[in-house]
Design a protein around this ligand. Structure first.
Ligand code: FES
Length: 107
């Protein structure tokens, strides 16, 4: 099982930052979107399920939704579920563990 370990300080409160799982060659690495929502951490697929475009430049709403910057799909940050289309498929979520000042994401 692949693990990605980052520092809490790398993800400011109420922001989303894209990272890569460390395994494999650089061009094979899988992107993951880490979200700090009210000092709780969540990890989801970094690409929207509508057109496979990057979510990192999207918006995080005050009620915990990720809004895709491309065509406006909305996903729940905790569950990855589609709240509004055009996307139809949920975002995959990853298990997150917080230990001290580290955030560990399990693929
Ligand atoms: S790529 Fe996200 S809504 Fe179209």
């Amino acid at each position: 099982m692949t693990e990605l370990v980052i520092k809490k300080s790398e993800i400011p409160k109420d922001s989303m930052v894209e990272f890569y799982f460390p395994d494999g060659k650089p061009w094979e690495r899988k992107a993951v979107l880490i979200v700090n929502f009210k000092d709780n951490f969540y990890a989801l697929d970094a690409f929207c399920t509508h057109n496979h475009l990057d979510l990192e430049d999207g918006f995080l709403t005050e009620d915990g939704k990720i809004v895709c910057p491309w065509h406006g799909s909305v996903f729940d940050v905790k569950s990855g579920k589609v709240v509004d289309g055009p996307a139809k498929e949920n975002l995959k979520t990853y298990t997150v563990e917080v230990k001290g000042d580290e955030v560990i994401i399990h693929e």
